[in-house]
Design a protein around this ligand. Structure first.
Ligand code: G6P
Length: 486
């Protein structure tokens, strides 16, 4: 297993005099005003946890949108603040956006055009020239922020996700000595879907400024290459997975992200294993089976389908009533977008309906936490839960699945996982379902809960072997090597 120390050595040896940059829209640390002064919090979950660790191990310059209401007050004249608060091991350079830019770039083109266009969940993307104009302008702001820090030195830039598709070309066009690797964390649509985007060609050529483009799954790579083949004049070497566009070569490959194996185990070690007892004591219940789910409240996550599966499971197996509880950690997300607001309402309404249907003696089957919680607490839930329900209708990877597979107790935990999550390919020993098939989902919940401990242990241990060898540092090394050397 590659450790943090090995990764640090690798960075020194391979990047030599190149300054290392990571660029994402969402920042890893947010400063907010509170009655007790300015408070700094870590962005919860997913890819931000991973990139924060990569940045810490490499003393990177991390460029991201400053979204906290105290963010401006703590940066220097170059908009930089050292983070994490204790170790200050890397520099966070903030890009500040106006309300209009936020509306058009983030809520508009990123999350109402590219997000629904990329996920096959039948939510219609919207196309507005003003959003596109803002997307271009904001991408330029991010590229300029990087170029300002690069000066005349050679650099390596890790571009992250769909908010910043134009940044790679902008960096290359500067003529500076920059290696650019782009990781697209969400699915890439088929040509028949992608072609409706009036600015699809510009998105593709923007990304082809990269030396390497990574996706989580092989079919995302195939879809991307097909879009290039049908939409722009580029040479494609299918064997090598190389695209040559205007004399520049981009390598395109799947490279599913790993998790911070060691760090998770350390948190797990400290976490209590008596959560169910505490639950029962505090709430006067008699729960034997705890199921958990951790998702942003997003229409791609299959939350309606998940609740329907729980309902059907309790209908078919009434002996689990009053003994089973589902705890959903489900923070609100992108709530200014109408489809998210409507979805949040539909999800919470359905939860009320199901709880009303079954409620008895103070027991309700579904409990929701709409705020989110610290990583330590989430891992405590994972450790204690007999089941994790992960039911996206389409998902680039889904890191929760990998985190739960490692954090649960191997003899009692089990995952019910949508086969439409990229992680399903790496977690073949989970119980895989089609989230649209409610009956199958309900049966999988039952199967997970009655599965003998021996079988659970075997399945969980097999999944963990892979998680250990392909951990986050290994993932980052592969990404950097492919961008630098191949
Ligand atoms: C997905 C995307 C990330 C994004 C995250 C949270 O995982 O791939 O790029 O940051 O969702 O969404 P938000 O809009 O809150 O940044």
């Amino acid at each position: 297993m590659i450790s943090k120390e090995n990764f640090e050595k690798f960075i020194k040896k391979s990047l030599k005099d190149r300054t290392f940059f990571i660029v994402t829209n969402r920042e890893p640390y947010i400063h907010t005003k509170t009655p007790d002064g300015v408070k700094v919090t870590k962005t919860a979950g997913g890819v931000h946890t991973l990139l924060d660790l990569v940045a810490q191990a490499s003393n990177a310059i991390y460029v991201a949108h400053g979204s906290g209401n105290a963010d401006k007050s703590v940066v220097n004249k170059h908009n930089i603040v050292p983070v994490p608060p204790k170790t200050k091991s890397y520099s966070l350079k903030r890009v500040f956006l106006s309300k209009k830019e936020l509306e058009n770039f983030y809520y508009g083109f990123s999350n109402q055009t590219l997000w629904p266009l990329s996920h096959a969940v039948f939510v219609k993307p919207e196309f507005h020239a003003s959003w596109w104009k803002s997307y271009q302008a904001v991408n330029k702001k991010f590229a300029d922020a990087i170029l300002e820090e690069i000066g005349d030195k050679p650099a390596f830039v890790w571009v992250n996700d769909y908010h910043l598709a134009l940044v790679p070309k902008m960096l290359k066009d500067s003529g500076k000595n920059i290696k650019v690797g782009t990781f697209w964390h969400i699915p890439w649509a088929t040509y028949e879907i992608f072609r409706v985007n009036p600015w699809g060609k510009e998105i593709l050529t923007g990304m082809l400024g990269s030396d390497f483009i990574g996706f989580h799954r092989g079919y995302h790579v195939q879809n991307f290459i097909q879009c290039v083949q049908r939409m722009i004049e580029a040479q494609i070497d299918f064997d090598q997975s190389h695209i040559t566009f205007k004399d520049h070569i981009s390598k395109v490959e799947s490279l599913p992200a790993g998790i911070d194996y060691q760090e998770i185990l350390e948190i797990k070690k400290e976490a209590t294993s008596t959560l169910k007892k505490q639950f029962n004591r505090e709430m006067g219940m008699n729960i034997e089976y705890l199921a958990v789910g951790v998702d942003r409240l997003d229409y791609t996550k299959g939350l309606i389908e998940r609740f329907k599966m729980i309902d059907r499971f309790l209908e078919k197996h009434p002996e689990f009533q009053e003994k089973f509880i589902y705890y959903g950690i489900m923070p609100y997300s992108r709530i200014h977008i109408p489809v998210y607001r409507n979805y949040a309402k539909a999800v919470t309404d359905l939860c009320d309906k199901i709880n009303w249907k079954y409620s008895r003696n103070d027991w309700e089957p579904i409990q929701l936490n709409l705020e989110g919680m610290s990583r330590e607490k989430v891992i405590t839930y994972y450790k204690n839960a007999d089941l994790c329900l992960i039911t996206p209708l389409d998902d680039g990877l889904n890191l929760v699945a990998k985190e739960y597979a490692l954090s649960c107790e191997e003899e009692s935990g089990m995952i019910v996982l949508s086969k439409f999550a990229g992680a399903a390919n790496d977690l073949r020993h989970a119980l895989l379902i089609n989230p649209y098939d409610i009956e199958q989902g309900a049966d999988a919940i039952y199967q997970a809960l009655i599965m003998p401990s021996k079988e659970k242990k075997e399945r969980n241990m097999k999944m963990r072997e892979d998680l250990k060898s392909k951990n986050i540092y290994q993932w980052a090394i592969n990404f950097i090597e492919k961008t630098l050397f191949e």
